[in-house]
Design a protein. Sequence first.
Length: 392
Amino acid sequence: MNIQSIVDWLDAGAPPAQRPQDVLQQLCLRLCDLGLPLYRTAVFVRTLHPNVAGRGFIWHQPQNIVEIVSAEIGIQDTEQYLKSPVRVVFTEHIEVRKRIEGREGPLEFPILDDLRQEGATDFFAVPMRFLNGEVHGASFVTRRAGGFTDEEIDTIRGIMPAFSRVAEIYAWRRTARNILDAYLGEQTGEKVLAGKIRRGDGEDIRAVIWFCDLRDSTPIADSMSRPEFLGLLNEFFECILGPVLEHKGEVLRFIGDAALAIFPIPGDGELAERVAASRRAVQAAQAAIERMAAFNAKRSRPLGFGIGLHLGHVLYGNIGTPTRIEFTVIGAAANEAARIEGFCKTLGVPLVLSEPVARHVAGCVSLGSHRLRGVEEPLELFTLSAISSPAR
């Protein structure tokens, strides 16, 4: 088979494909046009992510679709992985060729038994060698009687170097996105990838600002080992910030045992957008309070906390030194959100909302007007009537 046109296409970056699944789909169709009898093609790439060990892209010829699957951290210890030909490719860096047609009884790998039920006749897995030394894997399956010919196996081998280069580029893009999402947040990471990386890059936005804090962290830290306290902080943040992410908020920074997040208001901040962001922020706060209640029910010493919500204009961008910058929000509204949270302890409630947020949310009760440090005019503060558990 003359594969030069496919190699040239891959060397050119596989145009017009924009996503890895598009590259795989178009590659398989081009190989089929050459006469390669593909039924299923899968690509497995390990990745750098706090929760995901890798991703798989599986092309199914009958539907001409690419299925995307994720493998969680820890899959390496599961029977599914240990009895997979992909493990052999990953760990031994060798090809795995297994003929399925005409064989009786259980096969070497459970996946081969599953493929036999689908009518598969031949299985071929190959290493995908990246320039940085990493080895990932791809597998090819046919249902044609007699399986793959030697020439077809050589065809697959022939396209792998060029295909691996394209796969590596997409893998590094994914790794960069994973790292930015984990350390900066999805929306902030998107801005950094778009080139907003210079000190001073930023934009004036309107947002609901979330500030939360753990109470009495110093005595708690003194009562346990550092690893135990780190684990407790992680559990606390998972309970209280998980709902922020689930309600389309962005966690910007951790400040010891406190955290700053925003619910951006898009466009010109029309009333409907302000209402939507305020309600999402309050819904996240309610969910966080519920999760903390469930968490505290398991503890002999419940954790106290506070959440403050405020709405205003902030500068969303890069600040810092020429060699160390941080993408965050700055401005009076951000400072005021932290001071509003401080009233949780004073007023004995786990959630305090400023009037600009409360006006858009049903079920709020006034806590009176209070003067924030550094702010001339008093600000009316609120909480939710449904909240009965006091903050400690």
